[in-house]
Design a protein around this ligand. Sequence first.
Ligand SMILES: Nc1ncnc2c1ncn2[C@@H]1O[C@H](COP(=O)(O)OP(=O)(O)O)[C@@H](O)[C@H]1O
Ligand SMILES: [Mg+2]
Length: 228
Amino acid sequence: MFECYYGTDNQKVVIKMIDNVPAEKLSLILESTEYARNVQHTNIAQVYNIYNYSSKFRNVLYIVMKLYPHGNLEEFIQVHSPLCQTTILHFVHEIIRGMKYLHARSTPFLHRDISTDNIFLSKSNSTFQNLVIGDFDLGREIVSGADTKVGKDVYAPPEMNQLERTYGIKADVWSLGVVALQLMSGGKFAKKTGMNRPLAIEMVYNTEATVKKIRDLLSVSHTIIYLC
Ligand SMILES: Nc1ncnc2c1ncn2[C@@H]1O[C@H](COP(=O)(O)OP(=O)(O)O)[C@@H](O)[C@H]1O
Ligand SMILES: [Mg+2]
């Protein structure tokens, strides 16, 4: 990941380099990034361009993106937790708006890597931050369901871990649920236990106060559903 100046107006951007892309993944990454490049939405991170340098030895991709200098949601949670209810609801709403845009197309676009470090803040120091969903490398348009296990374990829905089961846009919604739990709890997860159940429920609820807060928030979940 490099920060540099780009284009005729010399704006600061981030360039993500992906080296040694396996041939079978190249077209998928190119397609998903090309899709992101054509999206203009307040809750989707801007992708400006993608460069593909492929030789018979290796494939290298350079993805040029808008720089979000205020960091990602993971860092925000670490610094600002515990977050107030208004902020949590606002953040969840921001992510839903971006996700809804991706899913609502005639061929839905499944992100497959929704996580706190792939969601960026586009402003600093404000309760009503604008959040954007980024990192589209693993995304793909789905016609009839996907079956490859990708993304981060802790955000993965149960159906992604079951052989012979396909998954669809609900997989992203599950990941959003994990992000919401992180926002509510301050974001601590226990290590993988090896038990055959979703890792999200291994989240560490370290104080009674956290548990109470989550209960309170769940009781206003109808507000979240209404906002959707
Ligand atoms: N456009 C961006 N602006 C600011 N930070 C970014 C941007 N894209 C990624 N980052 C940050 O750079 C780091 C590496 O991101 P990334 O290369 O996507 O890692 P990974 O492949 O592990 O998801 C993360 O902390 C992420 O939040
Ligand atoms: Mg990432």
